[in-house]
Design a protein around this ligand. Structure first.
Ligand code: IMP
Length: 191
């Protein structure tokens, strides 16, 4: 089955391809979609549905979207759905070094550094069928970046499962226990 990955994030696309090996995953560009989608939902699940349905309608192909983010206990679950634009006032959207610096600043002197990543995935089919799943992975926020792999908040996220930061882990290690890996594995079961 050919599925469009409804994401402009090259790292997410790579992870989706690895986790859903066996399916033909094409990028938005390969499917001829080049629009910007506004994430107007208040939950990861809503945003994933909006992105999947928009790209499915535009391309006529089944479309898979992920919406994900980091939820920090001491910040009442922030940045959550705003993870990509956490430091928006100081840095452009998606400028992840700025987001990481801002997170460290907000947690300066904080003892409770517990956090989790959440991911919702939605797969929209042209006949209107929608398959959804969610995944979560727990850990804590380091006081400085560690590792070079991954993207986003990975260098600051010490994984409970791995005992190292997501940026120190190899791709298969991260995908084996990540929020996205778990959400996509649950979706694969439903497929
Ligand atoms: P989205 O594209 O709106 O889903 O934005 C998700 C944002 O959450 C990303 O830009 C990252 O900042 C963060 N994020 C989501 N998943 C991960 C991950 O696996 N590692 C690190 N950061 C992530």
């Amino acid at each position: 089955m050919k599925i469009v990955a409804a994401t402009g994030n090259a790292h997410k696309l790579k992870e989706i391809r690895e986790i859903l090996a066996g399916f033909e995953i094409v990028s938005e560009a390969e499917a001829g979609f080049c629009g910007e989608i506004e994430e107007t939902g208040e939950t990861f699940a809503e945003n994933a549905r909006i992105k999947a349905e928009t790209v499915c309608r535009a391309t006529g192909l089944p479309a898979l979207a992920d919406d994900s983010g980091l939820c920090v206990d001491a910040l009442g679950g922030a940045p959550g759905v705003y993870s990509a634009r956490f430091a928006e006032k100081f840095a452009p959207r998606g400028y992840t070094a700025g987001n990481r610096a801002y997170l460290l600043e907000r947690l300066a002197g904080e003892k409770n550094r517990r956090a989790h990543f959440s991911c919702a995935v939605a797969l929209a089919f042209p006949d209107g069928t929608l398959l959804t799943a969610e995944g979560r992975t727990d850990g804590s926020i380091l006081t400085e970046s560690r590792g070079e792999n991954g993207f986003g908040y990975d260098p600051l996220f010490l994984s409970d499962d791995l005992g190292v930061s997501f940026a120190e882990a190899s791709e298969p290690e991260k995908n084996g226990c990540s929020h996205r890996g778990r959400a996509l594995a649950a979706l694969k079961e439903k497929l």
